[in-house]
Design a protein around this ligand. Structure first.
Ligand SMILES: Cc1cc2nc3c(=O)[nH]c(=O)nc-3n(C[C@H](O)[C@H](O)[C@H](O)COP(=O)(O)O)c2cc1C
Length: 322
């Protein structure tokens, strides 16, 4: 802690070093971190928004929320936990000190997964996900202020897959969408942003049940549909304003870290969220009041490739008054 009772520069920079391992749309890392008199502000970096895929910045806010979750876990494990105020002034989130206390066992467990978690676009094993594991994920979402609806009946799964396919086809028909995707995939393997070909997995096959986004992975002969197994879920929170989207990211990251801790692989699909009319139909499939934020597929698969991150110095703003 510094003389003013907030985090000193070293603790701050070390925690930011963990925050950046959060997932973000196309690995765009649309965040900035600033130490201020009251604590830490996390800001959405609008210069890194995706104008075609994410015109109103929703996915960027979800991504920032995920980074906030990591930041809070890192600070808690450093013995200097934070409370978060979402939507404070110009910041997406302001963190203020919550007094010293040791990290809880749960915080330690989740924190350990920050660098192990990754998006897995490879085929998942046919191994069933135990009902107890499914329940644990859904309960965690509820406890953290969100919802995670597993779609387990065949008609529901077929409807979800059809909506994802419809959205994917609609997005791909827009040359601007394809161009934006190329910008965030081209030559990303050695880069510090975007989705590299290794992390992309094999190119999506037209017959896939749940069409993966095409990040330029190599063509491969598929012997079976890599997206069929085993469980899919629709995720959201109880609201769909900008602050809710940041909160959604915070809950999402808790779920992803818990999934990693439980040995699960996770794939993400946001195509049905990115087409407004499809998003509305998806909401009706899960009978929710508020619009969903993401579709997730959980299963078991070997670790695939990690994406890179920009250096911490590139995401820290000069100190502000706050
Ligand atoms: C809001 C949001 C939407 C995403 N949508 C997709 C998606 O549609 N398809 C996909 O393969 N990955 C998706 N991702 C995963 C990102 O591509 C991934 O987090 C990023 O490339 C960083 O890689 P990592 O998660 O392995 O660290 C999404 C992530 C976020 C936060």
């Amino acid at each position: 802690m510094s003389a003013t009772g907030t985090w000193d520069q070293d603790t701050f920079a070390a925690a930011v070093g963990e925050a950046v391992w959060a997932p973000s749309i196309h690995n765009s890392q649309p965040w900035r971190f600033r130490r201020c008199a009251h604590g830490i502000d996390v800001l959405v970096d609008r210069s890194r928004a995706l104008p075609v895929t994410d015109p109103d910045g929703r996915a960027a806010r979800v991504s920032c929320g995920a980074a906030v979750c990591n930041l809070m876990l890192a600070l808690a494990v450093a013995g200097a936990p934070a409370v978060a105020t979402v939507g404070h002034g110009g910041a997406a989130v302001r963190l203020t000190p919550a007094g010293g206390r040791p990290a809880t066992p749960r915080e330690r467990r989740l924190h350990r997964q920050i660098r192990r978690r990754h998006t897995n676009r490879s085929p998942f094993a046919e191994t069933r996900v135990d009902a107890g594991v499914v329940a644990q994920l859904a309960e965690t979402a509820a406890r953290e202020g969100g919802w995670l609806d597993f779609v387990e009946d065949e008609p529901g799964r077929a409807a979800l897959a059809a909506l994802t396919r419809q959205a994917d086809a609609q997005l791909r028909a827009d040359p601007g969408y394809a161009a934006e995707l190329r910008t965030w995939t081209a030559a990303a393997d050695l880069d510090v942003e975007g989705v590299g070909r290794q992390a992309a997995g094999a190119a999506p096959h037209p017959a896939e049940l749940m069409p993966r986004r095409d990040f330029g992975g190599p063509e491969r002969d598929a012997t079976r549909d890599p997206t069929h197994e085993p469980v899919v879920a629709v995720f959201g929170v109880h609201g769909d304003h900008a602050a809710d989207e940041v909160r959604a990211g915070m809950v999402l990251q808790q779920l992803l870290l818990l999934a990693a801790d439980l040995g699960l692989a996770v794939a993400m699909y946001s195509q049905p969220i990115e087409v407004p009319e499809v998003r509305e139909q998806l909401r009706l499939v899960v009978h929710r009041l508020h619009a969903p934020q993401l579709v997730l597929r959980f299963g078991y698969a070997p670790t695939t490739c990690y994406t890179n991150r920009r250096p911490v110095a590139d995401v820290i703003d000069p100190e502000g008054r706050g």
